[in-house]
Design a protein around this ligand. Structure first.
Ligand SMILES: [Zn+2]
Length: 176
């Protein structure tokens, strides 16, 4: 882990393990088919894989819709679908604050939150990408957060993290 930098290979291994746990927990909560994430794959991108227009300093991650039309040189074209863009520097900086959780706990929280957005779109057509008013967006974020809290209830270490997130909501700790 490099402060304020990009994820290392070890970090990425942790992230992909956390993604698998987040998929299972979210799938169980929404009663999704076992092959939900195989039939509807989503991408996970880090800072160096995306265009700088997707850089954000005010959030750990966000969901974007990918198009297969213009794959980057040398990259496997991704079919049109959702992707989670992780903001490495924002996440790594948060880990340096006093009393911070470890990467595993923080990323499990972030990925679960983003998967809830994706499920709400697929299942209920709640589009987190549509231009909402600030109030609607806020309401959706609060609902997504409360679902995330339920999904992660009882999961080791996340209670502390969830409390911290709620006390910092819309300040330094933000998941979009
Ligand atoms: Zn969100």
């Amino acid at each position: 882990m490099v402060p304020s930098g990009l994820f290392t290979t070890t970090d990425l291994a942790t992230i992909f393990r956390a993604a698998s746990v987040a998929e299972n927990l979210t799938g169980a909560f929404f009663d999704l088919a076992n092959d939900e994430w195989t039939r509807n794959p989503y991408g996970v991108f880090t800072r160096k894989e995306v265009d700088s227009t997707l850089y954000r300093e005010d959030a750990f991650a966000q969901v974007v819709l990918c198009s297969a039309r213009r794959p980057a040189a040398g990259k496997v074209p991704l079919e049109e679908g959702f992707a989670i863009v992780l903001q490495d520097p924002t996440i790594l900086r948060a880990l340096l604050r006093a009393g911070s959780p470890d990467l595993w706990t923080l990323i499990l929280f972030v990925l679960t939150h983003e998967l809830v957005h994706i499920v709400r779109f697929r299942k209920f057509r709640i589009d987190c990408l549509a231009p909402h008013s600030e109030t609607e967006r806020e309401k959706e974020e609060q609902l997504v957060h409360s679902l995330t809290r339920k999904i992660l209830a009882g999961v080791t270490n996340t209670d502390l993290l969830l409390n911290r997130y709620e006390s910092y909501m819309n300040a330094a700790w933000s998941v979009a």
